[in-house]
Write a protein that binds this ligand. Structure first.
Ligand SMILES: Cc1cc2nc3c(=O)[nH]c(=O)nc-3n(C[C@H](O)[C@H](O)[C@H](O)COP(=O)(O)OP(=O)(O)OC[C@H]3O[C@@H](n4cnc5c(N)ncnc54)[C@H](O)[C@@H]3O)c2cc1C
Length: 471
């Protein structure tokens, strides 16, 4: 056995599940190779963990070695003339944008929080609010180094080995440990975006407006009030954003300064945001949340309707960082998220039935977000020409089983419609439902690559075991 002092209780971001694992913080590739050797000697497995922002069990492995990359967050090379950057896997999106913005660059794909690491972003092949326009994270990765389960290091370039590249990207860490990545940043002329806010009174309008906006705006995201049914089902607020072009801002060098991007620490210049979750906590129940959602919608549909304003890149992109520690409102029990991806022509029907089922089972989603997507090239990809609906649910004692049943029932609707699921957000989906979204032999192909690259199943996670039976 490994020393008990290394055993740590580690949780998924949603804090609805956890596992005790032996935590190691390697700082070099040599350290990582030692960890692999240790795992072989002790006949146990390893899991990579970035910032642990996956909601469920993606970076959990009971009694395995958990590799934490907080000591591997160096910027290795940066060329401000081309926007090409080489980074270690533990570099977070926060560190990345802060490093490049002053030179007029921005990461082309970012998530709703700036905490994920680039290693975690490639391994889940994350998307942003501009998925339709820019695709997924891996499309902006030129090459990466992969430490394989046998301890050998290999550089994989998208141009040279596209199949392997697209098998590793989105493989939730099952084919190796990413130790370095070369990324291409996106040129920006300003640190500001022009944002338009509009409301949609129902689901049909919501989907139509989202779809229409996708070719006119770089960023398109919609929030849905998941509480009302009937004619108001699917109502919500949409936000569209576009980068300011050269000449649109008198002094762009000001907005490109990182100190002018930082999110304000107080709300309305008075209330410290760090304490906001405490104010929200008493409202974190069905009645309270239905009122918060209703008021948000009404405010957006009246005072905020058709508003056109400017917002900093960080403020618009990382909305979910606005209230620090907001997930604490769900404690104890935590939260899960269910994000389904559904083809365009089936989306209205599937999302309508999902929202109705949540209401019927008296398990409404407290936060619902809609996005427009395009297909991706990954072997285990989740992208398609369609929409995704991400639904957050509190996990309450006594309701867990019902919630898991709801997730499975919503999952079946997605399978029937030819949709997909996003493992980074998942915690509760039965493996057979996940697997049945792949019908062209992708699972078999992925498992055969896994067998070839890691025959001893040294790299494992609870998620890979649940969804793919790896273990
Ligand atoms: C508030 C919030 C908002 C989010 N918004 C979005 C969004 O808008 N779009 C989106 O796509 N996702 C979103 N996510 C999900 C998040 O981006 C992904 O879960 C991402 O993978 C997290 O990165 P991480 O560094 O925390 O990785 P972890 O969650 O720690 O790990 C994710 C996976 O990557 C593997 N991994 C990590 N590092 C390595 C490595 N070096 N080598 C090999 N494998 C590795 C792990 O084993 C695991 O399977 C959001 C999450 C949160 C909490």
């Amino acid at each position: 056995m490994l020393p008990a002092s290394r055993l740590e209780w580690i949780q998924g971001w949603g804090e609805s599940q956890g596992a005790a694992a032996y935590l190691f913080r390697p700082s070099t590739i040599g350290n990582l190779q030692d960890c692999l050797q240790l795992a072989r000697d002790k006949k146990i497995s390893l899991v990579s963990r970035g910032s642990g922002c996956s909601y469920g069990d993606a970076a959990l492995l009971p009694e395995g070695i958990c590799l934490n990359f907080s000591r591997m967050q160096r910027i290795l090379a940066w060329d401000p003339s081309t926007g090409i950057i080489d980074v270690e896997p533990g570099v977070s999106l926060r560190r990345l944008w802060r490093y490049v913005l002053g030179d007029g660059w921005w990461p082309p794909v970012v998530t709703g929080t700036m905490e994920p690491t680039v290693g975690g972003c490639l391994s889940m092949n994350v998307h942003g609010k501009n998925n339709w326009v820019r695709g997924t994270f891996s499309e902006h990765c030129v090459e990466f180094d992969l430490l394989q389960a046998d301890g050998s290091l290999r550089t994989i370039r998208r141009e040279e080995e596209p199949e392997l590249f697209n098998a590793v990207a989105g493989s939730f860490g099952m084919l190796g440990i990413v130790t370095r990545m070369r990324l291409k940043m996106k040129r920006v002329a300003s640190g500001m975006l022009e944002v338009r806010a509009v409301s949609a009174p129902d689901l049909e309008t919501m989907l139509r407006l989202t779809d229409e906006a996708k070719d006119q705006w770089e960023y398109v995201v919609a929030w849905i009030d998941a509480f009302p049914g009937g004619k108001k089902l699917g109502r919500g607020l949409l936000h569209f954003g576009r980068h300011l072009e050269k000449g649109e801002e008198p002094r762009p060098e000001q907005s490109l300064r990182i100190e002018n991007q930082d999110l304000p620490e107080e709300l309305f210049h008075i209330l410290p945001k760090s304490s906001m979750w405490r104010l929200l906590k008493p409202w974190t129940n069905r009645v309270g949340m239905s009122w918060i959602n209703r008021l948000k919608y009404l405010a957006g549909a009246t005072i905020g309707e058709n508003a056109l304003y400017q917002q900093s890149l960080a403020e618009f992109s990382f909305l979910l960082d606005y209230v620090p520690n907001w997930k604490k409102i769900y404690s104890p029990g935590g939260l899960i998220q269910h994000q389904s991806f559904v083809p365009v022509n089936q989306a209205e029907d599937v999302f309508r039935r999902q929202l109705e089922l949540c209401r019927k089972m008296r398990l409404p989603s407290f936060l619902a977000v809609l996005k427009r997507h395009r297909p991706d090239d990954c072997l285990m990809g989740h992208g398609l020409d369609g929409f995704s609906l991400a639904l957050d649910f509190p996990v309450r004692a006594g309701k867990r089983e019902r919630l898991w049943k709801l997730v499975a029932a919503m999952g079946e609707m997605v399978v029937e419609a030819g949709g997909r699921f996003y493992p980074a957000k998942d915690a509760a989906l039965p493996g057979e439902i996940y697997r049945s979204t792949f019908q062209d032999g992708q699972i078999e192909k992925f498992l055969s690559i896994k067998q070839e690259m890691d025959p001893e199943m040294r790299l494992r996670s609870l998620l890979a075991e649940r969804l793919l039976g790896i273990g």
